[in-house]
Design a protein around this ligand. Sequence first.
Ligand SMILES: [Zn+2]
Length: 381
Amino acid sequence: MVSVSKQRAVFIYTPELEKYPYPAESPFNTTRAGRTRQVLNSMGLLSGENISETAQEAADRVTLKKFHTARYLHALKDSNDGKFVADAMNMGIGTLDCPVFKGMYEYSALACGATLLGAKLIIEGKTDAAFNPAGGLHHAGPEKAAGFCYMNDNALGCLALAEAGKKVLYLDVDVHHGDGVQEAFYDRSDVMTISFHQSGRTLFPGTGFEDDIGAGEGKGYCVNVPLPVGTFDEAYMKVYREISEPLIAAYRPDVIVFELGADGLAGDPLANLYLTNNIYAEIVHSLLEFKKPILMTGGGGYDMDNTVRAWSLAWSVLSGADKGVEENIGLGGVMLQSTDWQGGLRDRVLPVSKARKDAVVPALDATIEKIKANVFAIHGL
Ligand SMILES: [Zn+2]
């Protein structure tokens, strides 16, 4: 058993990542991982008895082929190297979201390498928690680039853990549906996927509804929680506690893979939820209660400061530095555009109008009932 007080946590990062920026016009900023490391280091949150840092190597071709096809990896590498690939566009390579640029292959392989290293350290019993802020590329498919993602580190990490005989719970709180990971395990029960995301009716990739619950052996082991525009902290935590907590408890995973895209935060330029980072802290606290190893990755998050602060806060909880909301009154703020974090990493609580409550709460209550009807009985709930 893992004791929370002696939680060992490893932060996985290499400055090598900074060598491969996405084109300037892409909202996907690869410096977020390095900025997070910098903030945590300056706050003294990367050192301590059970805390360590390590650098990853890029995932090699053989490993990447456990999820991606050889044809796709060739197309990606050749496009990366400036060669013309006739069917690249058919695989999503060279689109507005996934442009061709020198370094897209290397960056993606490094991001995958970090998630795979976290999985390895957990399999070998060398850590209780790992965080790869450059990971969370959950949209990529076996032969598909999509949504800024060329290679799917989350799917590869879950596969490695499952291959080692672990029962895996994959939780995805990125504001976009974790479609690539869902598809990888749709007919399997040894990797359960739960995705909380802004509804596909109003946001990319347009999938992930209550009735998508897995197939065959995997029926009931895929759970989707589509959220209405404007979902706020209290409503989010209600659905989280009613759906996620009982399902994880019933599933009894050996390990938890947690995709923490921070694009659900209020003010994110690509999405329309109204969350503060306190949600992410609460969720990590909740996950720690299960006393299982946690492999956490980054993901989306297009307001740089808010994303870096959210990931820093999540790490402080994961590594045992944050003890709970009472001791850490939020003085920063998602809507304040503040870069002065002397008030701490937590956001101020945002006011919620009656109109917002009326728009969100009934819709979410209906979603909760639908999901319960669809999957709870399968898990004896
Ligand atoms: Zn996202």
